[in-house]
Design a protein around this ligand. Structure first.
Ligand code: G6P
Length: 609
């Protein structure tokens, strides 16, 4: 869960690396550093803390050089400190690493016994020493890296520079992401595409078990056992400004406001209102699979798991297939049962979450058909799956997921409609009505976003609450969970999401006049029941903040405060009811002054178990 970046070209490299790291900071932000070739030496500057600290350190020590590597860290081995920050130097080589070396204890013992002294507590330094040891007279850096990696077990994306080879960077990948950016007379590498965008949109994804040598004009890719790999560059359609704040105070706020556009992009080309169907070729699935399956299993973590809960609801309702949701981190440690008649839908905005990836691998080994729903082209989970349905949210930088979540919802509803059509459980008329409702969502979202001031007022009223309960039923339940997750992630308030019907089995004991309760209570099929739960809260003097439908007097009468959303079809309600909850979390966090885009202890891509 770190970010790495490398550059070979003719620009001054330190600012290039810093800019790249800024765009990767979401991956980790407890320390950072760069290594640059300067006049026959490798100079290293590192700093504990966020990237600004590295920037100050670089201002104090400007470096010339036009070849270098950089890193932003999320500590796994060794506390966050300058000493443990990457790059790690060993003799002639400097290394940056994202991942975990699993056999580090054994390797460290061997190296220590042979006289190596360590200057950090990281597993990465072991790799640096192994490479340095292999990089003897006459052995190229590429050959030395290859040789060192035969001893290493685990996950890595590595970028390495050697004092003796000042015109190149060597990179290698196993499980952690790494992408090459092919520029004009310059070559880059990074953990993720946004870091490349200021220079190029032409990218080559490295595969597991591959190694490459980058010079200003060439990317020579080989497998670890020495076979040359020919792979053409792909052009990505993300614009360079997509990863900038564009006048918003935080990425998260920008991304909340981008949702109407992100939903439009995710729908584009996938909907036929005339035939009442979802366009076949866009789904990453074969119609035959749709007819053969007898179960759908959703695998996901975090926010993506909340999208899965909505997906389950839609699949059961529209395609009449039994559906289950699984927390990927739990699945992989059970002895899960999957069969060839399962369709597994793995949801992951990053495409990298290790738990989800491993659960997908297990499902695939058991013969299940796997479809990934993902926002990052060609990332690890889509690659591990049989097909991929991409959300087109664009780069999401804020650690708390917003537009990726809503575009996942869109993708899952499209999928459920498509399954229903293939399985003859949904007629074209009903499908067309649902699709029409989806097409109208961006407009309803825009209206909801325009009401931000009302949400801001609610945030001012509740910003000091230490606890908050979120309730909902049906599709409102995952939205309550997601609203609570958003709040705790970025404002550090304790928030719990609950199925409204479960309140009486425990959480009701918490309710008194100091407990704010956010209730997702639009006019859907569950409204009457949810209303009863609200009465139960009021009877115990709980403070109700209702997410209600426009013009609903009855709901407005029972809640102390309401935030209303446009009247849309029941099936698409989550796409609008989540918006005020995202804004509420954002404004409370901003009023409290927390670090909204990079909340403490979190990272956007979680590549540890
Ligand atoms: C992290 C992120 C969350 C995300 C979760 C799953 O915890 O901070 O926003 O929901 O990982 O990530 P994925 O990329 O698999 O959706």
């Amino acid at each position: 869960m770190c970010g790495i970046v490398g550059y070979v070209g003719s620009s001054r490299v330190a600012p290039v690396l810093l800019e790249g790291l800024r765009r990767l900071e979401y991956r980790g932000y407890d320390s950072a550093g760069v290594a640059v070739h300067v006049d026959g030496k490798i100079e290293i500057v590192r700093a504990a803390g966020k990237l600004d600290q590295l920037e100050h350190a670089l201002e104090a020590r400007p470096m010339n050089g036009s070849v270098g590597i950089g890193h932003t860290r999320w500590a796994t081995h060794g506390r966050p400190s300058e000493q443990n920050a990457h790059p790690l130097l060993a003799g002639d080589v400097a290394v940056v690493h994202n991942g975990i070396i699993e056999n580090h204890v054994e390797l460290k013992r061997q190296l220590t016994n042979s006289g190596v002294e360590f200057s950090s507590d990281t597993d990465t330094e072991i790799v640096a020493h192994l490479i340095n040891r292999a990089h003897t007279e006459g052995v190229s850096l590429m050959a030395a890296v290859r040789q060192a990696l035969t001893q290493v077990r685990g996950a890595y994306a590595l970028a390495i520079v050697s004092r003796r080879e000042p015109d190149c960077i060597v990179i290698a990948k196993q499980s952690s992401p790494l992408v090459i950016g092919v520029g004009d007379g310059e070559m880059l590498c990074a953990s993720d595409i946004p870091a490349l965008l200021p220079h190029t949109r032409r990218v080559i994804f490295l595969d597991d078990g591959e190694i490459a040598q980058l010079t200003a004009t060439e990317a020579r890719i080989e497998t670890l056992d020495g076979k040359p790999v020919e792979r053409a560059a792909k052009t990505v359609d993300w614009s360079p400004v997509a990863a900038e704040k564009s006048g918003f105070k935080h990425f998260m706020l920008k991304e909340i406001f981008e949702q109407p556009r992100a939903v439009e992009d995710t729908l584009r080309g996938r909907v036929s209102l005339e035939t009442g169907d979802v366009v076949d070729s866009e789904l990453g699935l074969d119609g035959e699979v749709a007819r053969q399956i007898d179960r759908v299993v959703f695998l996901a973590c975090g926010t993506s798991y909340h999208a899965a809960l909505c997906g389950r609801y839609w699949v059961e309702q529209l395609a009449k297939v039994p559906a289950h949701t699984e927390l990927a981190s739990e699945t992989r440690y059970r002895d899960p049962v999957f069969t060839s008649r399962d369709l597994v839908i793995a949801i992951s905005q990053s495409g990298e979450t290790l738990d989800t990836w491993a659960a997908v691998k297990t499902a695939k080994e058991h013969g299940a058909h796997v479809l990934a729903v993902c926002n990052v082209l060609d990332s690890a989970i889509p690659r591990m799956s049989h097909g991929a349905l991409y959300t087109h949210a664009g780069p999401e930088i804020g650690v708390a997921s917003t537009k990726c979540f809503t575009t996942q919802l869109v993708a899952l509803l499209l999928l459920a409609i498509w399954l229903g059509r293939r399985r003859d459980t949904l007629n074209s008329h009903r499908a067309a009505t649902l699709l029409q409702a989806l097409v109208e969502i961006p407009h309803a979202m825009r209206i909801t976003l325009e009401r931000k001031d009302a949400v801001h007022a609610a945030a001012r009223r509740w910003m000091h609450a230490e606890h908050m309960l979120f309730l909902g039923r049906g599709l409102g339940y995952p939205i309550a969970l997601e609203g609570a997750l958003k709040l705790k992630e970025i404002s550090y308030a304790h928030a719990e999401g609950y199925a409204a019907g479960e309140m009486k089995h425990g959480p009701i004991a918490l309710i008194d006049e100091n407990m704010p309760v956010v209730v997702v209570m639009p006019r859907d099929a569950h409204f009457e029941k949810t209303l009863s739960n609200v009465q139960e809260v009021r009877a115990r003097e709980g403070q109700v903040i209702g997410i209600i439908s426009d013009g609903d007097q009855e709901a407005a009468a029972v809640a102390q405060m309401t935030l209303s959303v446009p009247n849309v079809a029941d099936a698409v309600l989550p796409l609008v009811t989540i918006v005020p909850l995202q804004l509420l979390a954002y404004y409370i966090a901003d009023l409290k002054g927390t670090d909204v885009d990079q909340p403490r202890n979190l990272a956007k891509t979680v590549t540890v178990e």
